[in-house]
Design a protein around this ligand. Structure first.
Ligand code: HEM
Length: 103
């Protein structure tokens, strides 16, 4: 239910300005693209049956990303990537990132 909801609302300009552009900065705490309705994105569900692993999952993602970015410089020197909806949004092309170990 929550996943389906995300697909349909995720591209709705009424909830997400420049909805089809990949702008992860929209999620920063100060919401540079404007406020986001608290129920516009529910990847972990909501209410009494929402995901009990949410905090673990988010902590793991943050720790993983921080450790990777601390260790590597990440480059992408290919064509623009779009996203397609396959139950959830996924990249339209393979992600050919180059990871260079930082010195
Ligand atoms: C990115 C990672 C994850 C996503 C996107 C996710 C998403 C979800 C969603 C959408 C639900 C259903 C919520 C609802 O019915 O409203 C759910 C339920 C659940 N998730 Fe996750 N989950 C993630 C990671 C985890 C992890 C790491 C754990 C355990 C450590 C976990 C344990 C559970 C459990 C036990 C439920 C059932 C809760 C209930 O029915 O009371 N999940 N999750």
């Amino acid at each position: 239910m929550a996943v389906g909801f995300n697909i349909f609302i995720g591209w709705d300009e009424a909830y997400f300005p420049r909805a089809k552009e990949f702008i992860p900065e929209r999620w920063l705490r100060h919401r540079p693209l404007g406020p986001i309705h608290p129920y516009a994105s529910l990847p972990f569900g909501s209410g009494t049956r929402m995901c009990v692993g949410r905090r673990i999952a988010e902590q793991e993602l943050h720790t993983f990303m921080a450790r990777v970015m601390h260790r590597f410089t990440v480059d992408y020197k290919h064509e623009d990537i779009d996203c397609v909806s396959k139950l959830v949004f996924v990249p339209s092309k393979p992600l050919k990132f180059t990871f260079t170990e930082r010195r």
